[in-house]
Design a protein around this ligand. Structure first.
Ligand SMILES: C[S@@+](CC[C@H](N)C(=O)[O-])C[C@H]1O[C@@H](n2cnc3c(N)ncnc32)[C@H](O)[C@@H]1O
Length: 339
C-alpha cells in the first residue's frame, strides 16, 4: 500500500523550530518523513535524527529522505528513550526537536493493522510490531474494571462501563478477535438514539490504541527527556490531536517554565525547582482556513512550542558524531543498545 500522510502545520512547525543550518535536530515521530524533509532541506552541516517505532515508517521515510542521506540518521525506537538513543549516537545536546503525536494516516489506512473501525482485521493496533501486547489481548484479558477505566480515561467514553460489560459477556462465549466484532459489540451497547459520535466505536478505538502503545506516558516521558537534552535556545515543538495529549503538553510546559513548584500555601520555597524552558506560544497554534479545507486531520491539531533556557554552569559540550549518519542498520535502537 502507498504511504500517504500529509504533514499538518508544516510551515508553522518548521518556522517555530528556528532552524540553524549547522544544528542537530530530532524528529521523534518520523512517520512519512514530511516534517523531516522540510527540516533537512534547511541544514548545511547540520544533522537530522529521525525516530519512529514503526518499521514501515522508517522504510518509507528513508526513501523520501534518500537525497539527504549524508545528513540523516534513522532510528527504529521509541522517542520516550531519547536520552538513551542520543547517548548511543554519542550526542549530548540537540538544537531542536519535533513530536507530531499519534497515528499516521498510513497506519489508519492500512486495514490489517487494526487501527480502523471501518476495516475488518485482527485487533492489533501496535505501532511497534515487536511489542507483545496488542488490542486483542487487552479486550480479552482486562477485567471489567480495567476496561471501564481505560475507556473513560483514554476515550472519555460515557458508555464505557456498559461497553465493558458487553465485552465481558461476549468473550465468555468466544474470544473477540477482530475490529468489526468489537464494533458490533459497541453498537449493541450504545442505544441508537443516544449515539452522538460520527461513529459509535471512535472513542473505544482511541482508548485501546492509547493503551496498547502507552501513548500518554510516552509523551510525558519524552517531553521531559527532550527538554533535558536541548541546547539553550533550542526548541521543542509538539503537535497534538486531542485534549488528553494537549493537556499533558500544556501542563508540563507550564511546570517546566516555573521557578518554584511548591504548593501555594508554603511560606517559603523548599523545592529548589528552577525553570528549564520559556513557553514560546501561550496559545496553541492551529491550522489556517486553507489547511483546514485541504487536510481533515488538521482540524484537531494544536502546536505548542517551548525554548530551552540557559543552564546554570552550562558547558558547551557540543555533539560528537562517531557513527556513520546514513547507515540505518547501525542506528537501530536495539543495535545501539548492544554497542
Ligand atoms: C502523525 S505520524 C507523524 C507524521 C510525520 N510528522 C510526517 O510528516 O509524515 C506519527 C508517527 O509517530 C510514530 N510514533 C508514535 N508514537 C511514537 C513513539 N512513542 N515513539 C516513536 N514513534 C512514535 C507513529 O508510528 C507514526 O509513524
Amino acid at each position: 500500500m502507498e504511504f500517504q500522510h500529509t504533514p499538518v502545520l508544516l510551515k508553522e512547525t518548521v518556522e517555530g523550530l528556528n532552524i540553524q543550518p549547522d544544528g542537530i535536530y530530532v524528529d521523534g515521530t518520523l512517520g512519512g518523513g514530511g516534517h523531516s524533509l522540510e527540516i533537512v532541506k534547511r541544514l548545511t552541516t547540520g544533522r537530522l535524527i529521525g525516530i519512529d517505532q514503526d518499521e514501515c515508517a522508517i522504510q518509507k521515510a528513508s526513501e523520501i529522505l534518500s537525497e539527504y542521506s549524508d545528513k540523516v540518521c534513522l532510528v527504529k525506537g521509541n522517542y520516550r528513550n531519547i536520552k538513551k538513543i542520543l547517548k548511543n549516537l554519542n550526542i549530548q545536546h540537540i538544537d531542536g526537536a519535533l513530536l507530531d503525536i499519534g497515528v499516521s494516516s498510513y497506519q489508519f489506512d492500512e486495514g490489517e493493522r487494526g487501527f480502523s473501525f471501518h476495516e475488518d482485521a485482527i485487533l492489533d493496533m501496535r505501532m511497534d510490531q515487536s511489542m507483545e501486547k496488542n488490542a486483542k489481548d487487552i479486550v480479552n484479558s482486562y477485567t471489567l474494571g480495567e476496561l471501564t477505566e481505560i475507556f473513560w480515561k483514554y476515550g472519555e467514553e460515557n458508555w464505557g462501563k456498559r461497553i465493558a460489560e458487553f465485552i465481558v459477556e461476549e468473550r465468555r462465549r468466544k474470544p473477540i478477535k477482530t475490529t468489526l466484532e468489537l464494533v458490533d459489540i459497541i453498537k449493541k451497547a450504545i442505544p441508537k438514539r443516544k449515539r452522538q459520535e460520527a461513529h459509535p466505536a471512535r472513542k473505544v478505538f482511541q482508548a485501546l490504541r492509547i493503551e496498547v502503545n502507552d501513548e500518554l506516558n510516552a509523551l510525558r516521558d519524552g517531553l521531559y527527556g527532550f527538554v533535558d537534552v536541548l541546547q539553550p535556545k533550542g526548541r521543542l515543538a509538539i503537535i497534538t490531536f486531542h485534549s488528553l495529549e494537549d493537556r499533558i503538553v500544556k501542563q508540563s510546559f507550564k511546570d517546566l517554565a516555573r521557578d518554584c513548584i511548591c504548593p501555594a500555601d508554603f511560606p517559603i520555597c523548599v523545592c529548589n525547582h528552577r525553570a528549564k524552558i520559556e513557553i514560546v506560544n501561550t496559545k496553541p497554534i492551529v491550522a489556517g482556513e486553507k489547511e483546514l479545507r485541504e487536510n481533515q486531520r488538521s482540524r484537531s491539531a494544536k502546536l505548542r512550542i517551548a525554548q530551552r533556557k540557559q543552564r546554570e554552569n552550562y558547558h558547551d559540550t557540543r555533539y560528537i558524531f562517531t557513527r556513520t549518519m546514513d547507515s540505518r542498520e547501525k542506528c537501530t535502537e536495539g543495535q545501539i543498545e548492544k554497542s
